[in-house]
Design a protein around this ligand. Structure first.
Ligand code: PLP
Length: 437
């Protein structure tokens, strides 16, 4: 399989090159040249398969041209020592719990898969060391750092804004050591992102070492997210609830929703997607007006969705560009909703009171968007719960009056010692630091 750039101004790349480079030379995002359809009967058989088995079948369809079956199966097995169960909440509303991985957020799936695929290429194809740069507002850093921890030949640099990530989030990437370096930047998340982008464009840094991104721009991070859409469908299919499925996705950079669109393109019968946003709602604006206007992000309770210029928007446009009227086609397939912090808190309280279910602020957006969409009786509504509420314990406890128990996995991180390197937000300082490594 070859991968092209959404900007159509870079040479086609192999899977290996697309994964190692992250972003195409023309700053576009890589897309597979074709998306293979899965046969209906294969999807039908998934209801009797485990998550891992389903993920192997999907991985084979996506990556089978480039990586042999046994290797893919091993990568999938190493990626998924955990489950993503579907929970029935009420009426025809279901929740896909994506937070059972090591760092308790859905990004574990893509980060772990990417780490193992990259390690395979390094090992097999004699690629020299790769440096992964990742800017984080909290959740990405922990998933990527833990996904890559101890993987030989890969060094990870996590750039995070000083004083702006929660203590729980910070300890998940700043205490690890080994091949993980946490860089505490005296600035905002946007500054961290800008440093990473500047690094990718800097010739000297690229000559010094191979740089790649582990944000959802990297195909190896976002394509594996198709796995759990198939698995969710299979779980609902088992109880006869998979017809007319509507899926609500709490969205920031739109990697998760784009993965859902890919699953649909591969033949998974999903009727409609809902993009649930917090106050950072440029996508909703696009749905309303047909005009895409990025803006600076504002901070909200659902901080992993505080994105003012979603990177995967380019992939969505590209996917729908085959239609004569892409904007109309997008509107037919995706609905949008947006919620303020007050809305989010209100939803969390109501769902806790009425159903005894603790939502995190991101999942609350997903749930509320589904409730506001009001799936018909004949439809099944599924929202993605992207993080464990304990990751946002102080907000959740304050809003719900609870004292959430912190899962042992999370507590273990909190015992570690912080070992971040403080840096300013100027590029020259960052570059100087990096070139000394
Ligand atoms: C990253 C993240 C999101 C947003 O996902 P995208 O793929 O960037 O749209 C939502 N919720 C949580 C908890 C996250 O960590």
């Amino acid at each position: 399989m070859k991968y092209y750039s959404t900007n159509k101004n870079a040479p086609l790349a192999s899977l290996k090159r697309a994964v190692i480079k992250g972003l195409a030379g023309d700053k576009g995002l890589y897309m597979p040249e074709n998306i293979d359809l899965m046969k209906d009967f294969v999807i039908g058989e998934m209801k009797d398969m485990t998550f891992r088995e389903i993920a192997c079948v999907v991985a084979q369809t996506l990556f089978g041209d480039d990586v042999n079956g046994d290797t893919l199966d091993r990568i999938v097995a190493d990626t998924l020592p955990f489950d993503t169960p579907v929970v029935h909440l009420h009426d025809n509303i279901y929740c896909l719990e994506l937070f059972h991985g090591p760092t308790l957020a859905f990004k574990d799936v893509g980060a772990r898969f990417m780490a193992r695929l990259l390690a395979y290429f390094i090992d097999r194809e004699g690629v020299r060391d790769v440096n992964v740069l990742v800017a984080t507002s909290g959740d990405t850093g922990s998933a990527v750092a833990n996904g890559f921890l101890g993987v030989e030949g890969i060094n990870v640099y996590v750039l995070y804004p000083k004083g702006r990530v929660s203590a729980i989030q910070e300890c998940q990437f700043a205490t690890l050591g080994r091949n993980i370096t946490a860089l505490e930047i005296d600035g905002t998340f946007d500054d961290c992102q800008a440093l990473v982008k500047a690094a990718f464009m800097d010739e000297e840094m690229n000559e010094h070492s191979r740089l790649t991104s582990a944000n959802s721009i990297n195909i190896a991070r976002f394509l594996p997210q198709t796995f759990y859409y198939f698995y969710a469908y299979a779980q609902l299919d088992k109880t006869g609830m998979a017809d007319k499925l509507v899926v609500s996705v709490p969205s920031g950079n739109f990697g998760n929703l784009t993965a859902g669109l890919f699953a649909h393109w591969m033949g998974l019968p999903i009727r409609r997607f809902i993009a649930a946003n917090n106050r950072n709602d440029v996508f909703l604006d696009y749905l309303k007006t047909g005009v895409y206007t990025p803006r600076a992000s504002v901070s909200t309770l659902a901080n992993a969705m505080d994105v003012g210029n979603p990177s995967n928007f380019a992939r969505i446009m590209d996917l729908f560009s085959i239609y004569p009227k892409p904007y109309e086609a997008i509107r037919k397939r995706i609905s949008g909703y947006r919620y303020t912090d007050e809305d989010i808190a209100g939803t969390m309280r109501r769902v806790y009171k009425e159903y005894g279910y603790v939502l995190d602020p991101h999942g609350a957006c997903g749930y509320q968007a589904l409730a506001d969409y009001r799936p018909a009786d004949s439809e099944t509504g599924l929202f993605l719960e992207t993080a464990h509420p304990a990751k946002f314990k102080s907000d959740v406890d304050r809003i719900l009056g609870t004292d959430l128990e912190i899962p042992a996995r999370l507590r273990a991180f909190m015992d570690g010692e912080k070992q971040s390197i403080p840096l300013g937000r100027d590029f020259e300082g960052f570059k100087k630091y990096f070139l000394r490594q």
